[in-house]
Design a protein. Structure first.
Length: 351
């Protein structure tokens, strides 16, 4: 394709880890040891939809109940969290994520993926994650992997899904996947922070997915932790202190801000897991920001091209193809893709 700038060797190189070594990612836990989904028991609509979406994508989740604000007690909260100054729903969200981390540790899971109940993902998520794993291993300088731990375990947090994330401003090493058909155009996605201008000189921003060590992140639609990472985050955000929503506090850990001990974080951008909003009144969308907003919006799947939820009827019916949610042709992303013939591109390590 004309818009792709061909990388030159040796500065750009493709890692040698073969697909066969990463096949575990194609299983029912996406290559992690376990997958959780967090949601209020009362939101059966969200549970139903995510359960079906996961099933047609080929993975399973264990549900963990969200935490209602009326079940919180001030004396059980860490220093800095005060129910009189913070929204109780924000505190309830924090507690639900702490419960998930607690379960990772209790069950001695080496790795776990944690989803929120309105998470959405591309229908090709397994192939995306396989290349994401290759990118992580490349950035860490690893050339062989354990088939049982394709992402490795020498990291703390993978910020796979969120509103945005960003690398260190001086970071020059990254993994680029150009001409990725699952990348939304710049006009169709959230913004990000970091050394964007210098990276765009090497790969086109519009059609490239970047993988890097993350210094910051926002929103917790879907993220993974190692057992080591779960212990670090739970210690910092439940035993020590917290003065921010859970995603902002986790971001502080990735950046080592203030007196935080920095943890080892990686992320893709655009993200691989977004969030879904069904068509209808806005007040139904969030269980954290509770409003009486009666405004009607269309169906939305943020930062995704071939949204699983927006293609749910085709997937349930066993149709052989799916459609882009925008129905528009771009040089790197067709309107329709065949699930059997789809090939996800390989990336390049840039150093």
């Amino acid at each position: 394709m004309e818009h792709m700038r061909q990388p030159s060797i040796p500065r750009f190189s493709q890692p040698g880890i073969r697909d066969a070594a990463l096949e575990h990612i194609l299983n029912e836990t996406l290559g992690f040891q376990h997958i959780y989904a967090i949601g209020l028991k009362e939101r059966t609509d969200k549970r139903d939809f995510l359960t079906v979406a996961a099933s047609v994508t080929g993975f399973k989740v264990e549900w963990l109940d969200g935490v209602l604000s009326q079940n919180l007690q001030q004396k059980s909260l860490p220093s800095g969290y005060n129910l009189t100054t913070l929204s109780p729903n924000i505190v309830g969200c924090w507690r639900a994520h702490m419960n998930a981390l607690n379960s990772v540790i209790e069950n001695s899971y080496s790795t776990a993926l944690i989803l929120e109940d309105d998470a959405d993902w591309d229908v090709t998520i397994k192939f995306q994650l396989r290349e994401f794993a290759r990118g992580i291993q490349s950035l860490k300088g690893i050339t062989t992997v354990s088939k049982q731990a394709p992402y490795g375990t020498d990291w703390d947090l993978l910020w796979i899904g969120g509103c945005a994330s960003g690398p260190d401003a001086n970071q020059t090493q990254f993994y680029a996947i150009p001409d990725d058909p699952t990348v939304p155009s710049v006009q169709r996605r959230a913004t990000w922070s970091g050394p964007l201008d210098s990276w765009k000189e090497q790969f086109p921003e519009d059609s490239t997915r970047f993988i890097y060590r993350a210094e910051a992140g926002c929103c917790t639609y879907g993220y993974a932790v190692t057992n080591r990472g779960a212990k670090k985050i739970l210690t910092a955000l439940a035993i020590d202190h917290i003065e921010a929503p859970v995603d902002n506090a986790m971001s502080e850990l990735c950046g080592g801000l203030g007196d935080r001990q920095r943890i080892d974080c990686f992320a893709p951008f655009p993200n691989l897991i977004g969030t879904y909003r069904p068509a209808g009144p806005a007040y139904r969308d969030s269980d954290i920001a509770v409003t009486g907003d009666q405004r009607i919006h269309e169906e939305q799947a943020f930062n995704l091209v071939y949204s699983t939820r927006r293609n749910i009827h085709r997937l349930v019916a066993g149709e052989p193809s799916v459609f882009s949610q925008w129905g528009e042709v771009s040089p790197w992303s067709p309107v329709e893709i065949s699930l059997q013939e789809f090939i996800y591109p390989r990336g390049y390590h840039v150093n």
